[in-house]
Write a protein that binds this ligand. Sequence first.
Ligand SMILES: [Zn+2]
Ligand SMILES: [Zn+2]
Length: 348
Amino acid sequence: MCQNCATSTPTSGDGVQRRDVLRRAVLGGAAVGVAAAGLPAAAAGAAAPQAAPSAATVASGRAGVSMRWLGVSGWEIAFDGRVLYFDPYVSRFDYRLPGGPLAVDPTAVDRLLASGRLAGPPELIMISHGHWDHLADVPQLLARPDWAAATIRTISTETHRNLLRAMGTSDARLKNNIVATGGEDLEFGGGAYRVQVIRSLHSQSLGYGFFAPGTRVAPPPAPASINDLVEGGTLAYHVTVRDRLKVLLFGGTNFVERELSGLRPDVVALCMTDYSSLHRYLERLLTVLGGPRYVIPVHHDDMVTGYDDPDLAATVDRTAVTRVRDVVRALGLRTEVIEVEHLRPLLF
Ligand SMILES: [Zn+2]
Ligand SMILES: [Zn+2]
């Protein structure tokens, strides 16, 4: 139904040994860093015992920033006791059912919070675009009774704001919605971190189009189907944690090359849905960013398998990592390509 948001490439198992070495090293730092970031100790509990970091070429943990992949393109970013979300989609309902009913699941959030696999409330939610696998859970997160006293800012386009209102987001929450178009350079937490909003693009395939395009200049009727959550513009975000770490987050498999000119992120989360209609997607992205230190392929899981399903890891398209590594090698870059796992914190 949504080829632009679904991963269709089969998995493969090559390069396992090298990946495992890197993964152990990065995650080995993560368990320490989660505590440093002020998260519950249980947040690191999901990780099995890991070998100690073995080389300076992997994430050192010195920046004290934890990044936890929520699946699809979603992230929890934590540092200094602060929590930020990007495209937090955790319901993982079956979008392939007839009519594509929106089946947002508050218990999915409850389970993650109760088991220490999600920290919250966030003080900021960054939204890339309006499709269900990016936006659908934001209203229920904003409406959680136990977070009612917390100030939660959101950044989105006007269309996304109108969709949030249509899904029942309160006026009080919408007061803390920052409407962006790309180009905004925002400071939060008295200079604790900076967020540059970047004009970006949705993926293109199937004749250069994509699922559910469109904008909403006023709140529509309450969305009932994934078809009602239109794209409404796509934004990327560059988050700078003081002089410690710069993270570039994408929610679509495309970008505006000129908008990225001059950015030198340490970590890039890049989407890996179909990019066959794009000219040298990976090559141009890695080059314009100057060969980032770390790249994390995302948006390469099946978007529906639950977090507690033993088959979850198998739904991740492992060829995404090898494809990015092949391009890194061809370009002669020193970029480390990190193989991410659902809900396991990485520490930078
Ligand atoms: Zn998507
Ligand atoms: Zn999309």
